[in-house]
Ligand binder design. Sequence first.
Ligand code: ZN
Length: 194
Amino acid sequence: MPRLDLTHIVIHHTGAEEKDTEQIRRYHMKLGWQDIGYDYVIEKDGKVVEGRSLSVQGAHAGVTYYNQHAIGVAVIGNLSKRDIYPEQLSSLIELLKNLLVKYHIPIKNVLLHREIKKTECPGDRFPKATVMAALEEYFSPKPGPEKPADPNKELEKLLAMLQEERKKNQILQQRVKQLEKALEEIQGIILKNR
Ligand SMILES: [Zn+2]
């Protein structure tokens, strides 16, 4: 079955402290699944590993719609027993940002597994508020580089500049007059001496 258009992301924990993604893959395939159930796995050191291909239906949600339309992201560990490691949290947030952008998924469609099915997953210590706040902050429109100028202040500035230019102009005009006068005098003297 191909995966249909991607509308959601569902977050899981694995519930155990597996060594790596391969261990989970072997376990899921032993269950008779064609591949690991999750699409992305965040290992204990924060490494993000690709799991099942997004071109085939997922096997993570236990709910048909979400296996067809949601990307399943799992954090290795039991997040009812311990907090998510900081490396895992930052990798998870980065991965979610990238997936939301790539597949045009709205933030509100990032769900915890327990929000769509009766389960503890991803553990009662999962910091959803922190994750959502980080996503909101990342996608919120940034304020512009400058506030629009105050027209009264602009006017004052322009008037001051104009006055300055007029003063310079006056000085130049006086200088031109002085030079013209000096020229006339010299021309007079030359004429007289001829
Ligand atoms: Zn789950």
